[in-house]
Design a binder for this molecule. Structure first.
Ligand code: GUN
Length: 293
C-alpha cells in the first residue's frame, strides 16, 4: 500500500515542539531565538519563501527581522549588511535569500556570512563539516528530507538511494548525508542532466530523491515497485485555473508514479514545508549555541 508522506503535518508538529522548547527557554530566563532574513528584489518565489519563513518564526515563538533591498543594490551594500548582522549580538542566525541579481557575486556573499550564524548551512565551513560528519548547520531541504524519513520510520541503512540533481543546496548535500553512517548509511548514486544511465539507475533504487527542477521528469517506468520517492521539485507552471495564475509542479509525475511507491511526498505539502521547518530547527540550534560557541 502506498503511504503519503505529509510534510505539512510533520512540519506543523515540529514547529509546535520548537515553540514549546522556546517557551521553556524564555521561562528560564533565556533568550528568544532571533532569525534575520535579507531579501533582494521582488522575485515572486523568493517573496513567498521569505514571507513563509517570517510566519514560521511567529509559529515557533522566534523574533524575526526582514531586511529588504531593491534589485539594484550594490555588492558593497550587501556585504555591509552581512557584516552588520554578523556583529549584531541579538541576531542568532540569518539568511540571504537566493538567487541574487546577476551583478552580485553570490559566493562572495555566502562566504561573508559568519559560519556560526549560517543557519542555511551554505558556508564552506558548514558544508565541509557536514561532509566529514562534524556538528554543523545542515542545508534545510536535505535536513527536512532526513527528518521525514526518520519520522515515517523509513529504513535507509544499506538501501540503494539515487539522488537526481547536483545543486549545492540540495543534490550534493543530500547525497553526502544519505552516504554517511550517522544519517542515511545508504549506497548512493548521483545522476544529473548528463548521466546516460539515469533511467536504469532509478529503476534499481529503493529511494529516489528528485531535485532536478524539471516538471514531471520521473515517470512510472523509472520507479521500482515499492520504492520511496521524495519530490523536491517546485517549478512554477502557468495555470490560469489557479488564483495566482500558476501552480507548483514537482519533478515526479505523481499520478502514475504514486501507485508503485511504498511512500511518496506530494507537491505541494511534502518537502517544501519541511525545508522551512528545518531552518527553524537550525535557528533554535543557533540560539542554543548547539554547534558553535
Ligand atoms: N533559495 C532557494 N532555497 C533557498 C534556501 O534554502 N535558502 C536561501 N537563503 N535561499 C534559497
Amino acid at each position: 500500500m502506498m503511504q503519503l508522506i505529509d510534510g505539512k503535518a510533520t512540519a506543523t508538529a515540529i514547529k509546535a515542539e520548537i515553540a514549546e522548547e522556546v517557551r521553556q527557554i524564555v521561562a528560564n530566563g533565556g533568550k528568544q531565538p532571533h532569525l534575520a532574513a535579507v531579501l533582494v528584489g521582488h522575485d515572486g518565489g523568493s517573496e513567498t519563501y521569505v514571507k513563509n519563513k517570517v510566519i514560521a518564526c511567529e509559529q515557533c515563538g522566534f523574533k524575526s527581522t526582514l531586511i529588504r533591498f531593491e534589485e539594484n543594490v550594490t555588492e558593497a551594500e550587501l556585504l555591509a549588511c552581512v557584516d552588520k548582522l554578523n556583529k549584531d549580538e541579538d541576531v542568532d542566525g540569518f539568511i540571504v535569500q537566493l538567487p541574487l541579481p546577476k551583478h552580485i557575486d553570490e559566493q562572495k556573499i555566502v562566504e561573508a556570512v559568519d559560519y556560526r550564524k549560517d543557519v542555511d548551512g551554505f558556508h564552506p565551513i558548514n558544508v565541509g563539516r557536514m561532509a566529514i560528519g562534524l556538528p554543523c548547520f545542515i542545508s534545510a531541504t536535505p535536513l527536512g528530507i532526513l527528518t521525514l524519513l526518520q519520522r515515517y520510520g523509513i529504513a535507509t541503512s544499506g538501501k540503494k538511494c539515487v539522488v537526481l540533481g547536483r545543486s549545492n543546496i540540495v543534490g550534493k548535500p543530500m547525497a553526502q548525508l544519505m552516504l554517511q553512517k550517522q544519517y542515511g548509511d545508504a549506497t548512493v548514486t548521483v545522476c544529473h542532466s548528463h548521466s546516460p544511465s539515469l533511467k536504469d539507475e532509478c529503476r534499481e533504487a529503493d529511494i529516489i530523491v528528485a531535485a532536478i527542477g524539471r516538471p514531471d521528469f520521473v515517470t512510472a517506468d523509472m520507479v521500482k515497485e515499492g520504492a520511496v520517492v521524495i519530490d523536491v521539485g517546485t517549478t512554477r507552471v502557468e495555470d490560469p485555473s489557479r488564483k495566482g495564475g500558476f501552480r507548483l509542479n514537482g519533478d515526479v509525475k505523481y499520478d502514475e508514479v504514486a501507485p508503485k511507491c511504498s511512500f511518496i511526498t506530494p507537491v505541494p505539502g511534502g518537502v517544501g514545508p519541511m525545508t522551512i521547518c528545518s531552518l527553524m530547527k537550525n535557528t533554535l540550534s543557533a540560539g542554543k549555541k548547539e554547534f558553535y560557541k
